[in-house]
Design a protein around this ligand. Structure first.
Ligand code: AMP
Length: 115
């Protein structure tokens, strides 16, 4: 865990967030600046800065994150209308927080390709 990382601080409950799911390895909470009617972030408790830093031993954790996002899409009522799962990696993708996070976005029609 990183002392300064904002998402590590959310995991430690030092920063308030609207947590929708938590287990030993994963936390999901509402994005503070939602870009869609449903905008949830799914993160590992382990501090992994970017997709580039994912190790072989983390792959099960990534699967768990996708499973949590799938379940939250169901409980958020967007599983049938559709949704997008996004992980931004580094500057060109617009990554702002250097703690791995999966965006679950839905509740509106989205454009493709993304801007
Ligand atoms: P990214 O650009 O992929 O790094 O996305 C970072 C996301 O984290 C943005 O959508 C922010 O709105 C969101 N975010 C930043 N700080 C917080 C926070 N304290 N609680 C919830 N979401 C946050």
């Amino acid at each position: 865990m990183s002392k300064e990382c904002i998402f590590c601080r959310i995991v430690r409950k030092e920063i308030k967030s609207e947590i929708l799911f938590e287990d030993d390895h994963v936390v999901a909470f509402r994005d503070i600046n939602p870009r869609a009617p449903v905008h949830i972030l799914v993160i590992p408790k382990k501090h992994i800065p970017t997709v580039n830093d994912i190790e072989e031993e983390d792959l099960q954790l990534l699967g768990k994150m996708v499973g949590v996002a799938r379940d939250l899409a169901v409980t958020s009522g967007i599983s049938e209308s559709g949704y997008r799962l996004v992980i931004n990696c580094h500057q060109n993708a617009g990554q702002e927080v250097y703690h791995l996070h999966l965006h679950l976005l839905g509740g509106r029609k989205m454009k493709w390709p993304p801007g």
